[in-house]
Design a protein around this ligand. Structure first.
Ligand code: KG4
Ligand code: ZN
Length: 398
């Protein structure tokens, strides 16, 4: 930010105990460049105080504006705004009201740095029994998706990668879903056919190589998961609807109601799910007008069958046309029991090998992004510090 003849650096620093020496070095580099460094932390360990002392920013926290949470709580916004540029360290066990601080700092257009909430304590690292020292690269989803959610991940990934001097590897969300198949199937190698069915996407692709896709077909309207969610809402099940329909369908008759299977003109591999969704809504409306009770389990089972039939049919058609002997499914809807059973049966009948991730790796998860990042890393993909969220990132784009 340039104000007057000054350049102000506004930054969020994530400072952690086990990167303390790196943090001290970073602080020293910044100060040599004439940049004011302010530290704000909510950590119990008071990492920022320790780093500030080591970096020589403060000698005595008592006299050099190291405010406690309670002291700051009691200050008015104006008082806080006054004190912010003079602050050196704010630290105490209780979490700070970071939003208030950031807002006030922005109003002043002054420098404000702060720590986050425990990257090192991340349960995933603990569960895997590793620390950041064991990590080779940082992978992160940078698209497609909602920009707010993407930005949180990208900013965090950049901060960790920068602080640890690790390569940054941006990953396409859908490439992550496909890669979930590699987690438990070490024998699976491209090329193979993959039906990607999630809440936002329905794609039929040939995975030509790791991270290389030929898109055969896609949905023309609703994604498969979206149809599940909308129908679930219509029959009074909550969000996300997929798992609830899956469960309720087990008590229903899939042949009770004949919902339409959309046929699409030119491209035999494209999908359309808005028709079957509308048919369910019409069915419900019709019953309501006549004052008839509906059997929700039958609706769930019949709707699910209509979706599954189309997914299996198109996938088998593509497998035959392109001579694919390996078929995989991916995405949240791939955890659907009926889809897994039907796809497996169809593959077995034709002598194809069928792959699917465990349900926990079907819906959005970080493991699949890690695996996708692994293969991207191997093929040499590296992103620079200007990596940004790309809400409409295309599959196969880098
Ligand atoms: O892949 P995902 O976790 O998020 C996106 O990238 O969209 O997919 C979420 C979608 C939701 O629409 C959810 O209803 C659906 O996957 N889903 C299911 C099942 N579990 C999740 N759909 C059908 N059956 C399920 N068991
Ligand atoms: Zn997803």
């Amino acid at each position: 930010k340039i104000r007057g003849d000054q350049i102000l650096l506004m930054a969020v620093l994530c400072l952690r105990d086990n990167v303390r020496s790196d943090a001290v070095e970073t602080v020293n580099v910044l100060r040599k460049a004439g940049i004011q460094v302010v530290m704000v932390t909510g950590d119990a360990e008071e990492t920022a105080v320790a780093i500030a002392k080591e970096a020589g920013i403060i000698e005595d926290e008592k006299t050099e504006l190291a405010l406690t949470h309670d002291e700051m709580e009691q200050m008015t916004d104006d008082e806080l705004k006054e004190v912010l540029p003079k602050l050196r360290v704010v630290s105490r066990a209780k979490p700070l009201d970071k939003k208030r601080l950031v807002t006030l700092a922005q109003e002043r257009e002054d420098v404000c740095g702060m720590t986050g909430d425990g990257v090192n304590d991340a349960p995933a690292l603990k569960q895997a029994d590793v620390t950041l020292d064991d990590i080779t690269a940082i992978g992160v989803t940078y698209g497609p998706g909602l920009v707010g959610a993407l930005l949180v991940g990208v900013a965090e990934a950049k901060a960790i990668a920068y602080a640890r001097n690790l390569p940054l590897v941006g990953v396409h969300h859908i490439e992550g879903h496909v890669s979930a198949n590699y987690i438990e199937h070490p024998d699976l190698e491209p090329p193979f056919l993959c039906a990607i069915v999630s809440g936002g996407h329905t794609h039929l692709v040939i995975v030509k190589d790791y991270g290389q896709f030929e898109i055969l077909g896609r949905t023309r309207d609703d994604a498969a998961g979206e149809a599940f969610d909308k129908v679930a809402r219509a029959i009074g099940l909550g969000y996300p609807g997929g798992p609830k329909i899956d469960k309720l369908a087990k008590e229903g008759n899939p042949d009770a109601i004949e919902f339409p299977r959309a046929k699409i003109g030119e491209n035999p591999y494209d999908f359309s799910f808005s028709g079957v969704k509308s048919a369910v809504l019409n069915y419900l409306n019709g019953a309501k007008m006549k004052g008839e009770e509906v059997n929700r389990a039958d609706i769930a089972a019949s709707f699910q069958k209509a979706v599954v039939d189309v997914l299996v049919e198109h996938t088998m058609q593509a497998a035959a046309d392109f001579g694919m002997k390996k078929v995989a499914i991916a995405g949240g809807v791939a955890s659907n029991g009926a889809l897994r059973t039907a796809m497996e049966k169809a593959c077995t009948e034709r002598g194809y090998k069928f792959y699917r991730p465990s349900p926990i790796f079907c819906t959005d998860n970080a493991a699949m992004i890690g695996v996708a990042a692994y293969y991207e890393y191997i093929r040499g993909t590296r992103h620079s510090w200007d990596l940004n969220a790309v809400p409409n990132l295309k599959l196969g784009e880098r």
